[in-house]
Design a protein around this ligand. Structure first.
Ligand code: LLP
Length: 441
């Protein structure tokens, strides 16, 4: 197994990343992803481009799987983090299932070779069509988030002559600290999950419904959760519910789904240690007698990816030094949307550092990757890596400013493959009509 590599830069020391520097022939060190020179790759595929390390994804998966070995468990990759078909396929070969939140993600998972029994269907607003499609695909579990959804699922399943396997997603109402409020889900009053004090009543009703079979309990407390206490506390609350359900004679419970949320390193934060995570949750799972389900997204792919971008221009304004890159907020939204930190370094560092605002070409002042950042000094034409961009990167990209979305490239050892082509201008207008074709209802 190739060891995880450390990138060393002027800031973000020790960022665990898919790219690393190697000294090349006495010259200045140039960064590689696995065995591929990123300068050459950029010449071949152009910029901006997402680049993912297959080896890093495999290493992360295997480490988590072996950490959880003490419990009967299933790893359901959270497709929303990076839904590329090739990434899904790679994880399927490792033995993963998937956690999906839409009909589109179901279609992707099936396209990538998963079957219904590999699928857990989460999400707060599943439509009738999505529920039907998931029933037809025979998914393993519906993580139901409200009584209204439960009734809808019961009605549809019953009409289709099916029994929908259900876990109640309960809001455990624990305190969760994540870098941004938008990525917290398990606190009181949030839109996600069934409020804790209503869960037992909803479960009682579920047991009486002809179209659903209550098979488990579920939570997802948030994303990029760097501490383990809320898991322990949340699982404790789920297991209280399980005991109450068993006391009511509910014998079919099979699954304890604890969601995702495992943290990776963006700056200097400690990532979730899979062994410590397992030590926290495995004993509880074993005692419960249930099969443990985890739904990691970011942990598996976050540090497997970089966004490669070229410096278009340097500019000075009002005492600020700007680096203008050919990637923008439409390509990687996280810095703008969550004020998220992403380490940025030069593929061929000059050896000196400077302080910049790194911004994109999009016509918004919020289009930035870093503000007031001390990093490798760069000149026009230099190639940069925006690190830790494998999760919630491409999937959140848009065509804003009519910018074609970048390609995605998978690297494995000394090989690379374009797993998604760069979009073309034709792609941008493919579903549009210049002349409206009017209809009347
Ligand atoms: N399960 C459920 C039900 C979820 O809602 C999520 C993420 C996951 C699992 C996976 O969480 P992870 O292991 O990746 O933390 N766009 C944000 C993150 C949003 C996460 C939404 N739910 C970001 O860029 O930070």
């Amino acid at each position: 197994m190739r060891p995880a590599v450390h990138h060393r830069g002027p800031v973000g020391e020790g960022v665990l990343t898919a790219a690393h520097h190697v000294a090349a022939g006495g010259g200045s060190p140039a960064a590689r992803c696995e065995d591929i020179e990123l300068e050459e790759l950029a010449r071949a595929v152009g910029t901006p481009a997402y680049v993912y390390s297959a080896t890093h994804i495999r290493d992360q998966y295997r480490r988590l799987a072996s950490a959880l070995a003490g419990a009967r468990h299933r790893i359901h990759y959270s497709v929303k983090a990076n839904s590329s078909l090739a990434v899904l396929s790679l994880l399927r070969e490792l033995g993963a299932g998937v956690d999906i939140v839409s009909g589109g993600e179901l279609a992707r998972a099936l396209r990538a070779g998963y079957t219904g029994s590999d699928v857990v269907f989460s999400g707060v607003g599943k439509t009738e069509e999505e529920l039907r499609a998931a029933l037809a695909a025979d998914v393993l579990l519906f993580n139901v988030e409200s009584e209204a959804e439960l009734r809808q699922l019961d009605r549809i399943a019953h009409a289709m002559g099916r029994m929908a396997p259900v876990a109640l997603r309960v809001n455990p109402e624990v305190t969760v600290d994540t870098p941004h409020p938008y990525t917290r889900t398990g606190e009181r009053g949030m839109k996600f999950g069934i409020p804790y004090d209503e869960a037992l009543d909803v479960a009682r009703r579920a047991v009486r419904m002809p179209g659903v079979s209550l098979r488990g309990v579920d939570m997802h407390i948030g994303s990029q959760v760097t501490v383990l206490d809320p898991y322990e506390e949340g699982i404790g609350r789920l297991l209280e519910l399980v005991s109450a359900l068993r006391a009511l004679g509910c014998a079919d419970l099979e699954f304890l789904d604890v969601g995702g949320g495992l943290a990776v390193t963006y700056d200097d934060e400690a990532p979730t240690n899979p062994e410590a995570f397992a030590a926290t949750i495995v004993p509880q799972a074993v005692t419960s007698g249930l099969t443990l389900i985890v739904e990691p997204g970011r942990y598996l792919v976050g540090n497997a990816g970089i966004l490669l971008t070229r410096v278009l221009y340097r500019k000075r304004s009002g005492g600020r030094e700007y680096v203008i890159t050919d990637a923008g907020m439409n390509d990687l939204l996280r810095p703008s949307h969550y004020q998220a930190y992403h380490h940025i370094s030069a593929v061929r560092p000059s050896g000196s550092s400077a302080t910049y605002d790194v911004v994109g070409p999009v016509c918004e002042s919020g289009d930035f990757f870093a503000l007031n950042r001390t990093m490798d000094a760069v000149v026009e034409g230099d190639l940069l890596m925006v690190h830790s961009a494998g999760a919630y990167g491409f999937v959140m990209a848009s065509n804003y400013n009519s910018r074609p979305r970048p390609p995605e490239v998978l690297v494995d050892g000394d090989r690379y493959a374009i797993i998604r082509e760069r979009e073309t201008f034709d792609d941008l207008v493919r579903h549009e009509r210049t002349t409206p074709q009017w209809s009347r209802v």
